[in-house]
Design a protein around this ligand. Structure first.
Ligand SMILES: Nc1ncnc2c1ncn2[C@@H]1O[C@H](COP(=O)(O)OP(=O)(O)OP(=O)(O)O)[C@@H](O)[C@H]1O
Length: 545
């Protein structure tokens, strides 16, 4: 790794550097590094299958006479005339109970322990108390690199532990668990974390509180939209937090009112950064980027060494996908940023300045073309299906899908709030406990609904991309796209709500016949297999293409 006199640390964290795969980094094929994440492939020449990952799914081939079945009208879906293979018994992905999965057993990570990553003893102790003993691949790669003050773009995939990958280096230098030799923490705010949704913001606050422990959790303050602003300002005055987590609008608003003092800030985290670079956040993000921490300048007096850097803001960008717009940000904000993947570190400079079009797809900077597929954004433990259904039968197909997979904790994605509400109504009318999560609801209602869903009081959560980005619900065993995502990047974010940290998960896209080509396109871009299926007689039946 190049020894760089970093005048600042710019950390860009994402599951997928959509361009990364294209440039053939000297590493074995991404999926093999994923395999190493989950376990050792006994023989690397063998085809990569779930079996080689140590997973089993019993797919028995039943070439029964599908004509009879269709005559019995067991499916309202037009099943193309082709042989069917019945999935007789598919081990459900349901996480049977709310136990913490034995991560180390399920996915032995390359790294050994958090203390070997250079984290302070107090912090390691707190982690162990919270049951975190083995760092994930992305944490093992990112934490030592961050602690060495490199600017980095970190790439791993959904559910692989990116939050701790940035949270732990921050707590190594800020707050009561930091290294002894770290300069005294000022009373000012030292870290600002920006998240595009209230839910994700509150989830990050909980993660900080969990690691800090009950006596120090007041050091983190939420500044998310939809909550009472004057109460938030009062808490800033009273608690003197060192870390604030918020949504762009509220952070910019309180900063502009002069009640959020961030000039001494040392860390700025932009979680789900490609969402934050979207046009609707532009003004607020500009304000935050201008006012959080001291900006480094070319004329930075490196002679002061660490002291100079200490007054520097370190910018951490996190996302499940990292299109070129984020790469460009890394270039302009970073100082020789490095691309850190679970198994490799390479200079960002080795990436071309702009996307190279390989196909006639109208790829823009934010769209992955075929070669830039966010292949590392999807956990290998996911199984993907699509099922063709007429629009008026979609809810029926959804119900049969949930029953066939015996799914216990289902997230269903839709694009339009009105249809989303209708679907909740229809599911409830058929006796299936469903809840809705979207922007029309108040913050309180949204957090109540999420709590109900996490507690299993609702089996199905109907939501859209923004509310669900980054959400971590380990129990989620099935994701359904009831309406197509706009592109493979959004597909990856949706799919990543299941199969968290090595668990198995199923993704089913219910689409109309004319949309099948879009599913096939995403299949190619993502480098995964999305099998055609139908739901009949209470089972998922895989159609042989
Ligand atoms: N080292 C670890 N050991 C055990 N569990 C972990 C570890 N690191 C993270 N986790 C757990 O794994 C889950 C996923 O973590 P996290 O939400 O940070 O993933 P992510 O990569 O940010 O996902 P996304 O891309 O969807 O935002 C969380 O429940 C977290 O508590």
């Amino acid at each position: 790794m190049p020894a760089l006199a970093a005048t600042r640390v710019l950390l860009l964290v994402g599951d997928t550097l959509s361009s990364a795969k294209f440039y053939g980094f000297s590493r074995i094929a991404p999926q093999y590094s994923t395999v190493r994440f989950l376990g050792r492939v006994s023989n690397e020449s063998e085809p990569l299958t779930l079996a080689s990952l140590g997973f089993r799914s019993e797919i028995k081939r039943n070439l029964g006479n599908e004509k009879n079945k269709l005559k019995q009208g067991i499916s309202t879906i037009e099943v193309p005339k082709r042989r069917e293979n019945k999935v007789i018994s598919r081990e459900t992905n349901a996480v049977k109970k709310k136990d913490r999965v034995d991560i180390a057993a399920l996915a032995p990570f390359a790294a050994k322990s958090f203390s070997e990553l250079g984290l302070p003893p107090l912090l390691v102790e707190r982690l162990e108390k919270e049951g975190y003993t083995v760092p994930t691949d992305v944490q093992a790669a990112a934490i030592p690199t961050i602690l060495k003050d490199h600017d980095v773009v970190i790439q791993s995939y959904t559910g692989s532990g990116k939050t701790l990958a940035y949270l732990l280096p921050i707590l190594s230098e800020v707050g009561p668990l930091k290294k002894d030799n770290e300069p005294k923490t000022t009373m000012d705010i030292e870290a600002v974390v920006v998240a595009p949704s209230r839910e994700l913001g509150m989830q990050i606050v909980r993660e900080f509180e969990k690691v800090l422990g009950p006596s120090d959790k007041r050091l983190v303050q939420q500044l998310v939209g939809g909550a009472n602003k004057s109460r938030q300002e009062e808490a800033l005055r009273k608690n003197k937090p060192v870390i604030v987590v918020g949504t762009p609008g509220r952070l910019a608003e309180i900063s502009a009112s002069g009640k959020l003092h961030t000039h001494n800030c040392r860390f700025l985290v932009l979680d789900e950064v490609d969402e934050l670079l979207a046009f609707n956040f532009r003004e607020d993000m500009h304000r935050i980027l201008e006012h959080v921490g001291k900006k480094s300048g070319a004329g930075q007096n490196v002679a002061n060494g660490p002291k100079a850097r200490r007054t520097e803001r370190r910018t951490i960008m996190v996302s499940a996908t990292v299109p070129f717009s984020v790469i460009r940000a890394a270039r302009s904000w970073g100082c020789d940023p490095l691309l850190v993947q679970a198994k490799s570190v390479v200079p960002i400079e080795s990436l071309p300045a702009a996307p190279i079009k390989l196909s006639d797809s109208t790829s823009s900077a934010n769209e992955p073309t075929q070669s830039q597929a966010p292949v590392q954004s999807l956990p290998p433990s996911l199984t993907h299906y699509y099922s063709v259904s007429r629009i008026q039968h979609k809810v029926d197909t959804l119900r049969r899908c949930i029953h066939a997979l015996e799914a216990k904790c289902v997230i269903v994605f839709m694009n339009h709030t009105k249809q989303l509400k209708d679907t909740v109504f229809k599911l409830e009318a058929r006796g299936m406990k469903a809840a809705e999560l979207h922007g029309d609801l108040s913050k309180l209602t949204r957090s109540t609904i999420l709590k109900k869903f996490r507690n299993g009081e609702a089996r199905v959560l109907l939501t859209n991309e923004l509310s669900a980005r980054g959400l971590d619900i380990p129990e989620c065993d099935l994701v359904v796209n009831l309406e197509l995502p706009t592109d493979s990047i959004h597909y990856a974010h949706r799919a990543g709500r299941t199969g968290r940290l090595g668990r198995r998960g199923t993704v089913v896209t219910i689409c109309e016949e004319p949309e099948v080509f879009v599913v096939k396109k995403m299949q190619k871009q993502l480098g995964v297999v999305i099998q055609s299926c139908q739901f009949a007689e209470g089972q998922l039946v895989v159609n042989e293409d």
